[in-house]
Design a protein around this ligand. Structure first.
Ligand SMILES: Nc1ncnc2c1ncn2[C@@H]1O[C@H](COP(=O)(O)OP(=O)(O)OP(=O)(O)O)[C@@H](O)[C@H]1O
Ligand SMILES: [Mg+2]
Length: 207
């Protein structure tokens, strides 16, 4: 049965795309059947994939990539899930996803991952995002709401990260994604090995 993992936040630029791609490449490299769905209608990941395939002489294929839209992605996911052709479906939702779009996505997802930095602005939005998602858990009891500390400065330790997030009514991952260019200069074909423990922590919370 496919597991649907949706990256959501009520604010743009929190790291949804960066983490969706790193998770997808890592899970694919681990041998899983992965589909990444992007709902941002600029379809930048599809364009990146085409460029990478054009440049690559090795004939790499990578995980499957599908373009969708805010208003239709939840219905498409329900259909894809029943086909049982994937292990993990990862949704990179657009920065401007509507309230209705977020709600529908929560109903079909097994996990929602909310990336957040520790800036005051990001924290406020994350507390608001989690509060907004809470009612979806009543309609979809299998839904896990997972907070992924992202873009954390190298001098910040995990204790400080967890102190900042401890009042959130959600699963706080016991790992953090540092502020590093190697996560940003991503490829849709090659996994970044430093993302492995983060992907593993996410998997541990889906079991
Ligand atoms: N771990 C990280 N280290 C360094 N830079 C990061 C990291 N995560 C995200 N960024 C940078 O932050 C910016 C926003 O990241 P990203 O595009 O992944 O966010 P997003 O949530 O997908 O944004 P949008 O809502 O616009 O789709 C980008 O410039 C990205 O390179
Ligand atoms: Mg994005």
């Amino acid at each position: 049965m496919s597991c649907i993992i949706s990256f959501i936040s009520r604010k743009g630029g929190t790291g949804k795309t960066t983490n969706a791609i790193n998770l997808a490449t890592t899970l694919h490299q681990m041998g899983n059947r992965v589909l990444l769905v992007e709902t941002d209608t600029n379809y930048t990941l599809n364009t990146l994939r085409k460029m990478e395939i054009f440049k690559s002489s090795e004939g790499k294929v990578g995980f499957e990539l599908l373009g969708s839209q805010d208003g239709q992605v939840a219905d498409e996911l329900s259909k894809i899930k029943t086909l049982k052709t994937t292990d993990y479906i990862i949704v990179d939702s657009a920065g401007k996803t509507t309230d209705e779009g977020i709600k529908k996505l929560c109903l079909v997802s097994d996990a929602v991952i909310v990336p957040t930095s520790l800036t005051q602005n990001d924290l406020l939005v994350t507390y608001q995002t989690v509060a907004d998602l809470a009612p979806a858990r009543e309609l979809n009891p299998r839904l896990r709401i997972i907070i992924l500390p992202n873009r954390i400065h190298s001098s910040t330790n995990l204790y400080t990260v967890r102190e900042n997030l401890k009042n959130l009514d959600a699963i706080i991952l016991p790992v953090m994604v540092p502020q590093k260019n190697l996560f940003v200069n991503f490829s849709t074909l090659e996994a970044e090995k430093e993302y492995q423990p983060i992907a593993q922590a996410i998997l541990n919370n889906l079991a």
